[in-house]
Ligand binder design. Structure first.
Ligand code: PEP
Length: 261
């Protein structure tokens, strides 16, 4: 059974409450053509509830861009998985490169967030990827291996099966420089082998691995055509619903199959 493609919109720190309804209306018009893939939108925290309401009944999921690992307490400024579920989120991004490299989150923090999302029943998208310096010195696999090893420390097959991995080379995010389909697919194959070695081939075969990094309508088709690229995590080009829909629409129709974590 092929894995269903999962196309995700990461709004980052953009848009206001009124924009959520405008985006939802715009996207709704395209949904009849997008039944062959899964869609999830990650707005800023304060838009989770309005967007979840606006997309109610469409099958489009809403997620949070981050979360904290405790459920309640004296953690000023933080938002827990339980709160996000209460607000209508079903998914959470964990370890996005801007959290790692702009906000200084280390692998151990990312691991705690991944475990909190899994324990609370939020579907996590775990972002991994190397910097330009790491790629230029041939350390992309070592970097991703370290990120995956720490993230899944002490966790089992069911947790892996419930997680989506997003391979997002840091040098490609927001830069206009996209990994070639060959380079992206090579890393996806490497990640799937790591997952197979750690959790078994059956589990690894069901896990979706997205690509992220300057994906746009002009290159979505060639990326999504690759069997090892199970979807896209899209930043800038996801802010406009027509652009986001065009990218999801570029997913091959025959891939509409299994829809795991
Ligand atoms: C992202 O935010 O995960 C991302 C890939 O951004 P962009 O598409 O803008 O490179």
């Amino acid at each position: 059974m092929p894995r269903r493609k999962l196309v995700a919109a990461n709004w980052k720190m953009n848009k206001r409450i009124a924009d959520a309804a405008v985006f939802a209306d715009g996207l709704r018009a395209h949904l009849p053509k997008l039944a062959h893939c899964d869609l999830v939108v990650f707005p800023p925290f304060f838009c989770v509830r309005p967007l979840a309401d606006a997309l109610s009944g469409t099958g489009v999921a809403v997620g949070a861009q981050d979360l904290f690992w405790e459920s309640d307490g004296a953690f000023t400024g933080e938002v827990s998985a339980a709160m996000l579920r209460d607000a209508g989120a079903s998914h959470a991004l964990v370890g996005h490169s801007e959290r790692r490299h702009v906000l200084g989150e280390g692998d151990d923090v990312v691991a705690r967030k991944l475990h909190a999302a899994l324990d609370a029943g939020l579907s996590p998208i775990l972002c991994v990827g190397e910097t330009l310096a790491e790629r230029e010195s041939g350390r992309q696999e070592a970097t991703v291996e370290r990120q995956l090893t720490t993230a899944f420390e002490g966790r089992g097959e069911m947790d892996a099966a419930a997680t989506v991995i997003a391979y997002e080379p840091v040098w490609a995010i927001g830069t206009g420089r996209t990994a070639t389909p060959d380079d992206a697919e090579a890393m996806h194959r490497w990640i799937r082998q790591w997952l197979a070695d750690r959790f078994g081939a059956d589990v690894a075969g069901g896990i979706r691995i997205q690509y992220g990094g300057s994906a746009k309508p002009g290159n979505a088709g060639e990326l999504l055509a690759r069997a090892e690229i199970d979807g896209l995590l899209v930043g800038g080009a996801s802010l406009d619903p027509a652009s986001f829909a065009a990218m999801a629409g570029a997913a091959p129709r025959e891939a509409g199959g299994l829809s795991p974590g």
